[in-house]
Design a protein around this ligand. Structure first.
Ligand code: ZN
Length: 311
């Protein structure tokens, strides 16, 4: 069993409209845009990162806004709900805020004894806020959401699978342990969960149709490891177990490896180093368009092609 995984690093999803996406995360949810760059594999598409003040692993929600792609159809083999942590007693604030901002499909429920507010993103993305005791992660405090109510980072993701068994086994190999079960949902946690985003839920829907990915779908879930040495240990262990893992890829703000899981969800393992301040001052994170070295020669073309984003 691996000991290197510290919890979630980031969650990456797809959207249709960069401006709408930016406004939802920075204004409605009050996160900080910590990086404005492009999809390294398709540089005519943005890669936008929303997080806490500095983009600590476990707080980072990222998007590829592909203009005009169709909406995804939710189903099995994907992340069903991405869940953020908020302080106890704040869901009333968020419910009022969401009503005022016209957020869709807002509903209240409880899972494993924790109160949740479920809601949809601009492309039907499945989200929830959950009240968490003792989440000491400092929030981004310069948004419109007061610090006492603000999002602290990820709480969990819920994987919606036809058959959760093999993915559960994989997560246990990655260091996760059983926490609880409620109906068709199993909760696992990585012990110690250093970065606060330590939980994964597996929701099993045996008769469910497979998802068709599109705008509003999660593209992949990334798990955090401290550094490149730890990442190589994880890569070797996964490869030895029979997983097809990509080589280590430099994503400028972290190093990444990717592999497809038995339930269909794409997993990534990312390093905490070097972080989002490697090419910008903390005070100005996310303001300028940052391009990786290999695409810098395309800057003029990209700046005129990419949809301008008004903050
Ligand atoms: Zn990623």
């Amino acid at each position: 069993m691996l000991k290197q995984i510290q919890g979630l690093h980031h969650v990456t999803s797809m959207a249709r409209d960069a401006q709408e996406n930016n406004d939802f995360f920075t204004k409605t949810l009050g996160l900080r845009r910590v990086k404005k760059t492009v999809n390294f594999d398709a540089p005519d598409v943005y890669h936008l990162y929303y997080a806490d003040e500095v983009g600590l692993p476990g707080t980072v929600m990222t998007y590829f806004p592909f203009p005009n792609i169709p909406r995804g159809h939710p189903g099995t083999g994907e992340v069903g709900t991405t869940v953020f942590s908020v302080p106890e007693g704040t869901l009333g604030y968020w419910q009022e805020r969401f009503a005022r901002e016209g957020v869709s499909d807002v509903g209240a429920d409880e899972l494993f004894g924790q109160k949740r507010l479920t809601f949809k993103g601009p492309d039907g993305d499945g989200f929830a806020l959950v009240e968490t005791k003792d989440d000491t992660r400092p929030p981004w405090s310069k948004a419109d959401v007061p610090a006492d109510e603000a999002i602290r980072g990820f709480h969990s993701v819920s994987l919606r699978l036809k058959d959760g068994g093999a993915t559960e086994e994989l997560l246990k190999f990655m260091g996760y342990e059983d926490v609880d079960r409620s109906g068709n949902v199993k909760r696992l946690a990585v012990p110690g969960g250093g970065n606060g985003a330590s939980l994964i839920d597996i929701e099993t829907i045996p008769g469910g149709d497979r998802a068709a990915q599109g705008a509003g779908s999660v593209h992949h879930v990334a798990f955090a490891v401290e550094d490149r040495a730890k990442q190589l240990e994880v890569r070797k262990a996964l490869t030895d177990t029979g997983y097809q893992v990509t080589p280590v890829i430099d994503r400028d703000y972290f190093w990444a490896i990717y592999f497809r899981t038995p339930g269909g969800v794409l997993f990534e393992v990312s390093t905490n180093e070097p972080g989002f301040d490697r090419d910008e001052d903390t005070a100005h994170l996310g303001e300028a368009l940052k391009l990786p070295r290999q695409h810098e020669h395309l800057r003029t073309m990209l700046e005129s092609h990419l949809q301008p984003i008004k903050d």
